[in-house]
Design a protein around this ligand. Structure first.
Ligand SMILES: C[S@@+](CC[C@H](N)C(=O)[O-])C[C@H]1O[C@@H](n2cnc3c(N)ncnc32)[C@H](O)[C@@H]1O
Length: 257
């Protein structure tokens, strides 16, 4: 008689709970220096920018670069594990006093002083599940900015997800075990689901699901128009021409009038 297969226990854990220590390795292909250069270029005519809030700062890769560029930086992220990794990096960089880090939701976190610039980069907006949540974030960012302050975000479009996230699978192994990643994109709901599976033993798995909503140009334009920001620009992230249907990812640059 065949032996009964052992039951596998699958535990669902919150986004970044296990992934946080791997995040920088996962993002190894990203040139953060270029992103910082892009942002500094967008605001180059505004010499009054001295303070920055990195909304959804992750492990502080951008925050550290902006602090080195001379800005006073605060970072907020909803994941305590990502803020934990950010703290280690900020301390190791000798920037403990220059960068304030806090766990919180970028849609309602409060700060005592207004900011000159708020950034929300590398899919931060796509983690917001619907246009209503993006609207709440735009409204809150507006309230946190000084007059003439800037909000700069990037957006992953349905085109990028169609091209790269239909049935994507990757295995990362290291001495602590690593993970399996499976990403799939549903063109109908425009939701990309990524499940990272961590195997603690052959019968105990931890599953970390990340849900991201892709937004197209018309949706983002409508969200900008519905926001209190009266000036905005949406440009392709590769060549900065006005974004169009062929843009896989774009920058949204909003200014508080
Ligand atoms: C793909 S990571 C980007 C991190 C960082 N900006 C970077 O460029 O490396 C997305 C981040 O958004 C954070 N996040 C998602 N929803 C959030 C929210 N409502 N408020 C604050 N952070 C949030 C996640 O915890 C995660 O660290």
């Amino acid at each position: 008689m065949r032996k009964k297969e052992p039951d596998i226990i699958r535990t669902i854990i919150p986004p970044y709970h296990r992934l946080a220590p791997y995040y920088d390795q996962l993002m190894d292909y990203i040139d953060y220096d270029i992103w910082v250069e892009d942002i500094l270029n967008f605001i180059r005519d505004d010499g009054a920018v001295k303070t920055l809030l990195d909304a959804s700062c992750g492990t502080a890769s951008m925050a550290i670069r902006f602090a080195r560029a001379g800005l006073r930086v605060s970072g907020v992220d909803i994941s305590p594990e990502m803020i934990g990794e950010a703290r280690k990096k900020v301390d190791a960089a000798g920037l403990t006093d220059e960068i304030a880090l806090v766990v919180g939701d970028m849609r309602d976190i409060q700060f005592p002083e207004p900011f000159d610039l708020i950034i929300n980069l590398h899919d931060g907006l796509n983690y917001l599940p619907d246009p209503g949540a993006v609207h709440d974030f735009f409204q809150h960012a507006y309230d946190l900015l000084r007059p003439e302050g800037w909000l700069i975000a990037d957006v992953v479009t349905p085109l990028l997800c169609e091209n790269h996230f239909k049935g994507y699978r990757e295995i990362f192994a290291d001495e602590t075990g690593g993970y399996e990643r499976v990403t799939d994109y549903d063109s109908h709901t425009r939701m990309a689901s990524t499940i990272f599976t961590f195997e603690d033993s052959p019968t105990a798995l931890q599953l970390e699901e990340h849900l991201q909503r892709a937004y197209d140009l018309d949706e983002v334009k409508a969200m900008c128009k519905a926001s209190p920001f009266k000036k905005f620009q949406i440009v392709d992230d590769e060549d900065f021409r006005p974004a169009d249907g062929s843009s896989e990812r774009f920058y949204v640059i909003l200014r508080k009038a």
